[in-house]
Ligand binder design. Structure first.
Ligand SMILES: [Zn+2]
Length: 361
């Protein structure tokens, strides 16, 4: 599976393939522009019976640069659609670039500087006090400098990666989300972002009113390289977790119970989707591993540094950070792409069967 060259290239391909598959296309304009000055949008394609009582939504690019692989998966689905899924009776809603600004700028965050997948909370929101993130902000952000200047800071970061318990402690403290520091990492925002508003509009337009809806949210950057872990916000004892585990032969993990490669997170889109209705809504994240945790974290630190110095960095420094983000979240590696594609096909096949059986009960 080949990844698109850019956000704009990806959007063009997605629209073309959607039109070819006979999908209903919708474009939601998002304020802001690409680095080349082009307009931004979140695009959706609906295939299958328009009034299907069961709908599967697949979203890409909630974390910007993770959209390269996510969008490639959506395009793959549109190509396979007529032969593989059209007969299932299930509707499929494919969402291209839920955070188009981050995708176009090779960043994880939205134009507001917010981690969109920590933004689905009720505001005002204070999170855990004091936020566990505080203990790491100095090392991760304040003292970050690119190499070679930042070598001492790099060594300090590496010391947190020496043992598995230390790595996990760092990950739990940092990635769970914080709501105090807009200049810090994994910032969930002071208010709902524009992209959250777009997603909620998409839900009102196309998902509300269906008997059953499943949300599959695509991510990259966490876990073993090429593996695709299905991770759920809910504890294993919940009935919805058990239902989903059944569809995927038990191969899903629980962020709440701590057996996932992800920490327990606040403000996720999948969590909010299930909270919005107690019945008939299921959601899960599919996370593809790319590089080691420290390599990914270091790219995110560079991304934050770029953001905190916006407009002050020479263009070659900007480019270097973008390249670093691309390498960490969208590796240009054919073997990796093949693993991602195969796992995606497997998940969609299970989902199609699971949802079709579920709706006929
Ligand atoms: Zn992600």
């Amino acid at each position: 599976m080949k990844l698109p060259a850019s956000y704009d290239d990806s959007r063009r391909k997605f629209r073309q393939l959607a039109a070819k598959a006979g999908a209903t296309l919708r474009t939601y304009d998002v304020p802001g522009s690409t680095p080349e000055g082009l307009a931004l949008s979140t695009d959706t394609a609906l295939v299958g019976p328009p009034d299907a009582t069961t709908l599967v939504a697949v979203t890409s690019g909630i974390h910007g640069a993770e959209g390269y692989a996510g969008a490639a998966c959506l395009c793959r689905f549109l190509q396979a659609w007529p032969g593989r899924h059209a007969g299932s009776g299930v509707g499929f809603l494919l969402v291209h670039a839920i955070n188009p600004w981050g995708f176009a700028h090779d960043s994880r965050v939205t134009e507001e500087g917010v981690d969109l997948n920590r933004n689905f909370v009720d505001f005002p929101h204070s999170g855990m006090q004091p936020a566990p993130y505080e203990a790491f902000h100095r090392m991760l952000v304040k003292e970050y400098r690119p190499l070679p200047g930042g070598w001492r800071n790099q060594l300090e970061l590496l010391s947190h990666g020496l043992t598995a318990p230390r790595r996990r402690a760092l990950q739990n403290a940092v990635t769970s989300g914080q709501y105090d520091r807009p200049d810090g990492m994994f910032f969930g925002g002071f208010a709902a972002t524009k992209s959250r508003g777009v997603w909620e509009q998409i839900v009102r337009d196309t998902i509300d009113g269906r008997d059953r809806a499943f949300l599959l949210d695509l991510h990259t950057g966490l876990g073993q390289r090429g593996a695709g872990e299905l991770m759920c916000d809910l504890p294993k004892a919940s009935s919805r977790f058990m239902q989903m585990a059944d569809w995927f032969n038990g191969r899903i993990t629980s962020m709440a119970d701590g057996d996932s490669v992800s920490a327990a997170l606040s403000g996720t889109m999948t969590g909010a989707f299930m909270r919005s209705q107690s019945q008939g809504r299921h959601a899960i994240g599919l996370e593809y591993g790319t590089s080691s945790q420290l390599v990914v974290l270091d790219a995110l630190r560079a991304d934050q540094w770029r953001r905190n110095n916006a407009g002050m960095l020479p263009p070659d420094q900007e480019q270097r950070v973008r390249q670093k983000m691309k390498r960490a979240f969208a590796p240009a590696d054919e073997r990796w792409g093949a693993l991602v594609a195969a796992r995606f096909d497997e998940v969609m096949a299970k989902l199609s069967t699971g949802m079709a059986n579920h709706s006929s009960r």
